[in-house]
Design a protein. Sequence first.
Length: 287
Amino acid sequence: MKDISTILVTGATGNIGRALVEILQTTPSSLSTIAASPSGQSVAGAPGRPLNLLNTASTRAAMQGIERLFLLTPAHPEMEAMTANAVRAAQAAGVQHIVRVSGAGADPKSEIAIARLQGSCDQIVIDSGIAYTLLRPKNFMQNFTTFLRDMIRSGAVYSSQGEGRVPFIDARDIAAVAAQVLRDPQAHASQVYTLTGPQALTNAEALAVIAEHIGRPIQLVSISEEQAVEGMRQAGMPEPLVQAMSSLNRIIAAGWVAEVTDDVPRLLGRPATAWADFVAEHRHVWQ
């Protein structure tokens, strides 16, 4: 009888994690999936385990019996500590492969705050001695259904990203790539994949598609980066995250994020989700 490999999916209640668990639950019985989240709830029929990445005991308990780890650390001032805790627990538990969601352009030596933060976390995984695969997506289509949702509903979106283009990616495509890697990790060992959608759009172009589908106009209001920073601070965002998000705004505005890659269609054997298709599916969110 074939041994069963157990996968722990962290962030299992989020956009990527939930979609990943759902995909893995359709995988043949040679794989077993456990959904890890702060609440420890079951997801898509997969048993749940509680996980607090800032708590050593919680992290070690969650890793017991795990062979493959999907590691998603949330945007948090202590992201590096979370990653380090997870990696140490994975080492102690004998985890054989880590698939980490990072960010495009990640580099621990970067002058860009968000790239430096993600790169430092990647380096912790690389230095662990555990086989790894790094997934580096660009901005998510789901940002329009979450962070920007209320502004879109109000008819005005404020942005400091200017005319910068972004090849927005559906989080479900990231999950599909992660599932592909987790099913056959040896084939993807030491690989780094930059994940994008099929087309780079400005915010104005993206919002125009939404406006067409919901039947009312959406105004894009340009603001300065200083105004964007002040808005994030007023919203209570911790300063390290303010600096990280501000650096992202600046590189998008500078046109540094516009490149489209073929990693998603190459790995999945199908095109990445198109923006118009995503909007059509989610139009009810903005009604």
